[in-house]
Structures are given as structure tokens and as C-alpha cells.
Design a binder for this molecule. Structure first.
Ligand code: ZN
Length: 245
């Protein structure tokens, strides 16, 4: 490391794994980290994040910490507003929590937005004016970058294609809605279909499934509207839609 070259830590917080890296100003990866996520409690998660920063720093203080999160980060406050696959962090001011524990400036961002920005900077979208990135992991995320800047939308949900409703009578999603793309093409959807008895092999089971589907439709009609469905819930308005960082 030269005297004028800053280094940074990036953390990718997933529903199953925590991944991290230390990079220099050119994006070159200097060290990596990959470990199972400790989501038994909020405190366990925060301790793991702080420990990961310390491990990656290797006694060389970094200039800042970027944190990609599987949820919506409020544009104005920096709080994690909704994390369907990591609910222990809901409502948390993660920038303040990580900064307090590590002494480093921290910048939380939706993980797909962060990945899209990285691809626009150094990856597949390097020469493109507009970039859409789709993430396939525990859930499904999406991020939009226009002319080198993240477009989060007025409510912060722009690009979140995993929570587009594609099957109105489908399975309940972690976001509170029903039949989101994530419930079909995410890990839980694949597992559910693999475990489901085939209709041809068991007509009685097929009948029960049909009955269960009807009752789930009835439940949906009385369910609390999901914050992911801006058509039913007015979005929180806090900013122009462009990320500042
Ligand atoms: Zn959803």
C-alpha cells in the first residue's frame, strides 16, 4: 500500500452467507472472507459484521466500509427499512451501528444496487449507459444504474424484480405479499416444488393442494398490505430517487 492509496472493505450480507473483501481504489481485491451468516440475533449479526471488518483490515485501517444488504435501505435516513430474508436487521441504522463498532465510516446499500454499481464500474456493464443487474441467491434482487449512478426510485424499490407479483394465488412471500417472482424462482420456491407430490402420482394430494390454494387466496384478501407493493401502500418519499453515494 502506498501512502496516497486508500483501501476499503465491502461486505455482502446474504440470507445464508456473509462475504467480504478489502479492495484498493482501483477495485483490486486484496483479501477475501466467506462464512455462514450468524442470524440467530441482531447482536450476533452486528458482532459478525464488525469482526469481518477487523479480519479484512489486517491491521491496516481502511477509509470506509460498504455494506450490501438483502433489503431496502431508506434513502434519507440510511436505515434498513425491509429485509424479508434477514428480519433481525429491520429498522436498524446500520451505518451508525457499524461505525460505532469499527470506528470506520459505513455506507449501507441494497445488495443488488451495490452489485449493479460494481458491474457498471468494473464489470459487465463497464461500457453501458444503463445497467440492470439481477441477483439469484436466497432471494431474487435487482439493481439499476443509469449513467454511473444508482437509480433507487422515489421509494427505494426500483429494480426489485424479485417482488413483482407474477402469481396472484401463489405462495406467501417473506415481504408479506403473495406469488412474488422470488417465491417461484428463489431457493424456497425450488425446494417447495421439489418436495411437492406430483398430481399424477397422487390425485388426493392434488385435491388438497387445490383446496389449500383456495384458502391461501382467501387469506390473501384479508392480509396486511405489503410494503413492497407500492400500488396498495403509499411509498415512503425521501429523496429524488438518486443515491448520493
Ligand atoms: Zn415478495
Amino acid at each position: 500500500m502506498t501512502a496516497n492509496t486508500a483501501e476499503y472493505v465491502g461486505l455482502d450480507v446474504g440470507g445464508t452467507f456473509l462475504k467480504g473483501a478489502r479492495i484498493d481504489e482501483t477495485g483490486r481485491v486484496l483479501s477475501r472472507l466467506h462464512e455462514p451468516i450468524r442470524k440467530e440475533s441482531r447482536e450476533a449479526l452486528l458482532a459478525q459484521f464488525a469482526g469481518a471488518v477487523k479480519t479484512l483490515e489486517q491491521d491496516v485501517p481502511v477509509a470506509g466500509v460498504g455494506i450490501g444488504l438483502p433489503g431496502i435501505v431508506d434513502i434519507g435516513s440510511g436505515r434498513l427499512r425491509s429485509a424479508p430474508n434477514l428480519s433481525a436487521l429491520n429498522g436498524l441504522d446500520l451505518a451508525a451501528e457499524i461505525s460505532q463498532r469499527t470506528g470506520r465510516r459505513s455506507f449501507p446499500e441494497n445488495d443488488a444496487n451495490a452489485a449493479a454499481l460494481a458491474e457498471a464500474w468494473l464489470g459487465a456493464g463497464r461500457d453501458a449507459e444503463t445497467v440492470l443487474l439481477v441477483t439469484l441467491g436466497t432471494g431474487i434482487g435487482g439493481g439499476l444504474v443509469f449513467h454511473g449512478r444508482i437509480w433507487a426510485g422515489r421509494s427505494g424499490y426500483a429494480g426489485e424484480i424479485g417482488h413483482l407479483q407474477v402469481e396472484p394465488e401463489g405462495a406467501r412471500c417473506g415481504c408479506g405479499s403473495w406469488g412474488c417472482l422470488e417465491t417461484i424462482a428463489g431457493i424456497a420456491g425450488w425446494v417447495r416444488r421439489a418436495e411437492r407430490p406430483s398430481r399424477a402420482a397422487s390425485p388426493r394430494c392434488a385435491g388438497r393442494a387445490s383446496s389449500a390454494r383456495r384458502s391461501s387466496w382467501a387469506r390473501r384478501r384479508t392480509a396486511t398490505p405489503s410494503p413492497w407493493r407500492s400500488s396498495t401502500t403509499p411509498p415512503v418519499r425521501s429523496g429524488s430517487g438518486w443515491r448520493r453515494h
